[in-house]
Design a protein around this ligand. Sequence first.
Ligand code: SF4
Length: 386
Amino acid sequence: MTRLSFTKLSRYETCPLSYKLHYLDRLKSEPGVPLLFGSAVHAVLEGLVLEHMREERVGALSEDRAAELWQEAWTKSGMSGLDVFREGLELVHRFVREQGILDHHDVLAVEKEFRLTIGGFQVIGYLDRVDRVDDETVEVIDYKTNRQLFTREETDASLQMSLYHLAAQELWPWAKKVRLTFWMLRHGLRQTTERTAEDIEGTRRYVDTLGTTISKAREFPARLNSNCIYCDHRQHCPAYADALQGKREFICEDTSDLEAVAKEREEVARLAKVLYARKGELEGVLKTALKEHDDLVLGGVRYTMFKTSKSDYPLDRTLAVLGEATGLDREALVERIVSVDNKALEGLLKELGKSMDRPRVNLLKAELEAIAKKTHSPRFWAKEVA
Ligand code: SF4
């Protein structure tokens, strides 16, 4: 039976060439800092929770122990740089605080291996952690050190989470419900999702089809994307080298030919993503250098860091000052200059969602939607279709 893993499937989905270089050509990979950092943080969290379980503790995890484990993981990883070290230390400390009290009885497994049979394939993987929520629910937790949060769509469509659902069902057959959580360690947020029986049937079919596609593939095209700068085989990738040099394949000669316009637009968009990510990587190096210099002049360009500022005006005092100066009453001023911060409102609704029942929160959301003033502006949108 052919073996697959989420990592294999995902690598092929992201870029068939990267899959070939990694699994077929078995080239030595050069993991970048994000990958090393993620592995080191995972090792610390795994160690902390495992120790808690072994010692059958009920209580908070230890911040001191987290720091010790981080020092060990850091040394093993081969990373360097005080900034990254501090970032990791802060992150594992925050995890301990956010975890709060942990009862060892509630943790069912840490780094649990699973093997699923899907069609003609065996899918192998590991679950970071699985908790018992109640007598009929388990929660699969996947720690993430990503800088960017997932969108709701990405969480709900995540193949990784669908496979974890299947694994949890096989490993804990008593669980009627499986909660799937990405614990976003940098943000202190847990992004949670679930799967229906229909979703799972779709996942089985998809994995079987993708597995067959991979095993029959004879060509492995490069698929440039914004994560190429993190690709562990970018040094061996001719497409990436060409993209960094801005090499183009197609230029539309006739803008009345919309097919040609779209073709060039997609090529430019792909290159722009790669180059933009590379720009960010280079700026990161310059920003680090600027920590030791007020400014740098390189190749005739001056680089410096400056602070931007943002002002927030306290409501009552601002209205009082304006009322005195303009003679307008509070109501008129509120109408003209006050609106509710959307992010703060979303945060409040999220908090309320924990204590109020769902229908009441939905009703409240609908009422707020009805009174919101909406503005619309045209936005260009492009997405690949099958
Ligand atoms: S650098 Fe990008 S295009 Fe090249 S192998 Fe890696 S992911 Fe694929």
